[in-house]
Ligand binder design. Structure first.
Ligand code: FAD
Length: 409
């Protein structure tokens, strides 16, 4: 065991979006931060369609400029398609104030841009270090990890932020995992050279297509700036053939959605399709004595509204200010200042996700006689402004959606 006695103010597990944002903000506040990341960047990650609300947190972390300069695909909205009908949202017409545009990003590149910028600002990142255990000692938090040669290390800090995403390091080590409120779903996805020739296709928007027969099966098409796209389908396990090859199965599902199949008729698969199963996750608590869970390490709902990275960045931004206070010796009420405000937006998205899968939100989105004020409020949430309580669909989401459901049914 190589004993590293040097102690940091804060150790962060994972250098994904939430790890980069929390460590940058803490570093700017003068704290010493060590990020332990098991992979080497660039590395593939899923979650490629950002929401405009995320830009606020990148800006707060001084990470916006490198993202803007990286040449990612501009994004200003979302198109939903059900059979031959389309409905679209332009995020610039949203109810809430703030950013109305963002990007569609290959996460390998995006995550590297963020992590490199954080490093240039002074954050120390150790790549190839996998966190294996943590001990909350009287004087410090001890973080144990191994490098790729199998060497073991211990690092010490006053505070630990878990930004390990689907790695869910602290939820597993501290037995915090609880079942998700959503049923298990699976997703098949890949990158394609899309070769889309349809002039009406808007590369500035994510395209969400609903399966012609099953309302809980839907596809994403996320165009990138280099002529490629991310394409994927979300499917309940009952409709998946476990013995079938992933690529063939994805192609089969695409062929069942006629308009999507026509749009991508000339596409070439760049990689074999990958599958993720049962990604929705929950925890019994988001914080504890000298630790906090960020992003996917805390809770993951569902991919349908592209909320994952935005929630991850929101959690990182919210937690950073509180970690700085705690390290400075202040008492922090994490329940009222972290858990409750973060859950407000997560619960808004949860409400939207539930009503997407029961079909009622799909009916609302495709309802023909749209009321502009309401449309702008819904648009706000689709743009990620799920914490803006001035929006009635945030303040009282469930009741408002139920009323709308009746009106649109
Ligand atoms: C099918 C699907 C589609 C999605 N689509 C979207 C989308 O379009 N838009 C969107 O915003 N979100 C989407 N998401 C969600 C998105 O992937 C996540 O919400 C987002 O990546 C979370 O960021 P994070 O910083 O919390 O974690 P991550 O991005 O997962 O980063 C965690 C990092 O921690 C590292 N790590 C893990 N374990 C350890 C360990 N033991 N020691 C050290 N390091 C470790 C990992 O290597 C990784 O680099 C999707 C999710 C799924 C499943």
């Amino acid at each position: 065991m190589k004993n590293q006695q040097h102690a940091f103010d804060v150790i962060v597990i994972g250098a994904g979006p939430s790890g980069a944002v929390v460590s940058s903000i803490l570093n700017q506040q003068g704290l010493s931060v060590l990020v332990l990341e098991k992979a080497h960047f660039p590395r593939f990650s899923i979650g490629e369609s950002l929401l405009p609300q995320a830009m606020t947190y990148l800006e707060a972390a001084n990470l916006l400029q490198p993202v803007v300069e990286a040449g990612f695909q501009y994004k200003n909205g979302a198109v939903f398609r059900r059979a031959s009908r389309c409905t679209q949202f332009d995020f610039r017409e949203k109810f809430s104030s703030g950013w109305g545009t963002t990007y569609q990003v290959k996460r390998a590149a995006f995550d590297k841009v963020l992590a490199d910028a954080a490093e240039q600002q002074g954050v120390q990142i150790k790549y190839g270090y996998t966190v294996t255990a943590v001990n909350f000692l009287a004087e410090a938090v001890e973080v144990c990890c191994v490098d790729e040669q199998g060497n073991a290390y211990r690092f010490y800090s006053q505070f630990l932020a878990d930004a390990s995403g689907f790695g869910r390091v602290l939820p597993r080590l501290l037995d915090l995992e609880t079942p998700s409120c959503f049923p298990v779903r699976q997703s098949l996805f890949t990158h394609i050279k899309d070769n889309i020739v349809d002039e009406n296709f808007d590369r500035n928007k994510i395209l969400i297509t609903i399966h012609p027969k099953y309302q809980d099966v839907w596809y994403w098409l996320i165009p990138f700036s280099d002529g490629t796209s991310s394409i994927g389908v979300v499917v309940p396990p009952a409709l998946m053939d476990e013995d079938e090859d992933n690529t063939h199965q994805l192609q089969q599902f695409i062929s069942e959605a006629t308009e999507l199949a026509e749009l991508t008729a000339n596409a070439e698969f760049i990689n074999p399709a990958q599958k993720i199963v049962g990604y929705s996750a929950n925890v019994s608590k988001l914080w504890g004595d000298r630790f906090v869970l960020l992003g996917n390490a805390a809770e993951f709902l569902d991919p349908v509204f592209s909320s994952g990275v935005t929630i991850a960045l929101k959690s990182a931004h919210l937690a950073a200010g509180l970690i700085a206070k705690q390290v400075a010796g202040e008492t922090v009420d994490w329940q009222t200042r972290y858990h409750q405000p973060l859950m407000k937006g997560i619960d808004t998205f949860r409400c939207f996700v539930e009503s997407w899968y029961d079909g009622s939100l799909q009916n609302i989105l495709f309802f023909r006689q749209k009321e502009q004020g309401v449309e702008r409020m819904i648009c706000s949430i689709l743009a990620g402004y799920a914490w803006d309580e001035a929006n009635p669909y945030v303040a009282d989401c469930s009741r408002r959606l139920n009323v709308l459901k009746e009106l649109c049914s």
